[in-house]
Design a protein around this ligand. Structure first.
Ligand code: FAD
Length: 347
C-alpha cells in the first residue's frame, strides 16, 4: 500500500545538538500504563544512545499512584516517573495537561517531548507545541536519529523523511504499531525508575473554564484495545444494521479479538466512531485482520497495512480489498459468518 518515496521537509532555525533527554506523556487507565505508552518508550530509545527517558503521568488518587508504580518498571530504559496528582487532571482534559507539560518542561531540560498518536496524544501534544511555538512532527513511524524521522503522507501512500531543526524541544507523536513492545522489554522487573511527585504549588492553570468534563462512555472493557489487539474483526457497510453487526462482535468474542469498522459502517450508525479503522480512525497492526463486507478503500487500507495476515470476505471478486488480502473468500458474509460462528469453539 505504501511506497517508499522519501521527501525532505526542512524546518529551519538551529540544529538540535544537546544531550538527548526525553519527556513522554504517559497514558494510564485503571492503574495500568497503556501499551501505546510503552511503544513510545521503545521509540524514544532510537533517538540516541545517551538518552534519558522520563514518563509524565497525571491524574488523581490511588489509581494514578498504582499506574506510577507500574510505569517505573514498564521498560528498563525509563529512568524517572514524574507524577502530577491533582483533581485538575482527573479527566485528562487537554488544556490543563498542556499547561502541565509546559510547567514540567521549564523545570527539566528536555530535548524531546513524545506522546503516542492516540486520541490522548493527538489532543494534547499539538496544544503544547502551540504554547512553545514549536512545529510538532506527527505520526512518526521510524526514527533515523535524534532529528530525523519518517512519517506517512497522502494517506500512507508515501513516506516522508523530515528533519527537525527547530530551536525548542523536538515534539513527536509516535505510531505505536510501528514500535512493537517485545515481551522482554515489557513488564521488566529488573530495573525500576525513580518515582517523584511533582510539586504543583506554583502550577497556574488559567485554562479551567475553557473546557469542561461532561461525561465518558466506554465500550466493553472485556475486549482488547483496538489499537493494540492481536486480532481485529472488522465489518463494513454491507452489514446493513446494528443488529447484524452483532455477528462481528460475536466472532471477535470467539477469537479474543477487537471489533473494527469502516467509516461507512460508523456513518451508518452501526457502531460508535471509536471503532473506525483507517486514515481518520485507528491505525491497527494485528497478527490477524479479518474484513467482512469491506470494499478496501484507500483510506481504510491506510489503517491496516501493517497487519501481519489480512483475511477478506466480500461477495465482489473485484473488490480492492483482495489486492492486499493474504487470504480472500468471495462469498456472502451472511452465510460465511454464521458458518464460522458455528464451527469455532466457544472461548
Ligand atoms: P463500501 O465501499 O460500500 O463497500 C461495501 C463492500 O461490501 C463492497 O465491496 C461490497 O461488494 C461488499 N458486500 C456487500 N454485501 C456483501 C455481502 N452480503 N457479503 C460480502 N460482501 C458484501 N473509511 C474508512 O474505513 N476509514 C477511514 O478512516 C476513512 N477515512 C476517510 C477519510 C476521508 C478524507 C475520506 C474522503 C474517506 C474516508 N473513508 C474512510 C471512507 C472510504 O473512502 C470508504 O467510503 C469506506 O471505507 C467504505 O466503507 P465500506 O467498505 O464499508 O463500504
Amino acid at each position: 500500500v505504501a511506497s517508499n518515496a522519501p521527501r525532505s521537509i526542512s524546518i529551519s532555525i538551529t540544529s538540535l545538538s544537546r544531550c538527548i533527554s526525553t519527556l513522554i506523556l504517559a497514558e494510564h487507565e485503571s492503574g495500568t500504563i497503556k501499551p501505546q505508552t510503552v511503544s513510545t518508550v521503545v521509540a524514544a530509545n532510537s533517538l540516541g544512545e545517551s538518552s534519558s527517558i522520563s514518563l509524565l503521568l497525571a491524574g488523581s488518587g490511588s489509581s494514578l499512584q498504582e499506574a506510577a508504580s507500574q510505569a517505573a518498571s514498564c521498560h528498563p530504559s525509563v529512568s524517572e516517573v514524574l507524577v502530577a496528582d491533582s483533581d485538575k487532571f482527573e479527566y485528562s482534559l487537554a488544556e490543563p495537561w498542556a499547561k502541565l507539560v509546559d510547567f514540567v518542561r521549564q523545570q527539566g531540560d528536555y530535548s524531546h517531548i513524545l506522546a503516542s498518536s492516540s486520541s490522548f496524544g493527538k489532543n494534547i501534544l499539538p496544544r503544547v507545541a502551540a504554547l512553545l511555538d514549536v512545529s510538532p512532527i506527527t505520526d512518526v513511524v521510524k526514527i533515523l536519529g535524534s532529528d530525523q524521522f519518517i512519517r506517512p503522507i497522502y494517506a500512507g501512500n508515501a513516506l516522508c523523511t523530515v528533519r527537525y531543526t527547530g530551536a525548542g524541544p523536538c515534539m513527536l507523536t509516535i505510531r505505536s504499531t510501528s514500535f512493537p513492545v517485545t515481551p522482554i522489554t515489557a513488564n521488566s522487573e529488573s530495573k525500576k525508575a525513580t518515582v517523584s511527585q511533582i510539586d504543583l504549588s506554583n502550577f497556574e492553570d488559567d485554562s479551567v473554564s475553557k473546557s469542561r468534563y461532561v461525561g465518558r462512555s466506554t465500550q466493553d472493557t472485556e475486549r482488547p484495545d483496538l489499537g493494540s489487539a492481536r486480532v481485529v474483526i472488522t465489518g463494513g457497510r454491507a452489514l446493513k444494521s446494528v443488529e447484524n453487526f452483532k455477528m462481528i462482535e460475536k466472532l471477535a468474542e470467539k477469537l479474543g479479538g477487537a471489533v473494527g469498522a469502516t467509516r461507512a459502517a460508523v456513518d451508518a450508525g452501526y457502531v460508535p466512531n471509536d471503532l473506525q479503522v483507517g486514515q481518520t480512525g485507528k491505525i491497527v497492526a494485528p497478527e490477524l485482520y479479518m474484513a467482512f463486507g469491506v470494499s478496501g478503500a484507500i483510506q481504510h487500507l491506510a489503517g491496516i497495512k501493517d497487519s501481519k495476515v489480512i483475511v477478506a470476505v466480500n461477495k465482489d471478486a473485484d473488490a480492492p480489498i483482495f489486492q492486499v488480502a493474504d487470504y480472500g473468500l468471495v462469498g456472502d458474509l451472511f452465510e460465511v459468518i454464521p458458518e464460522l460462528l458455528e464451527k469455532l469453539p466457544e472461548k
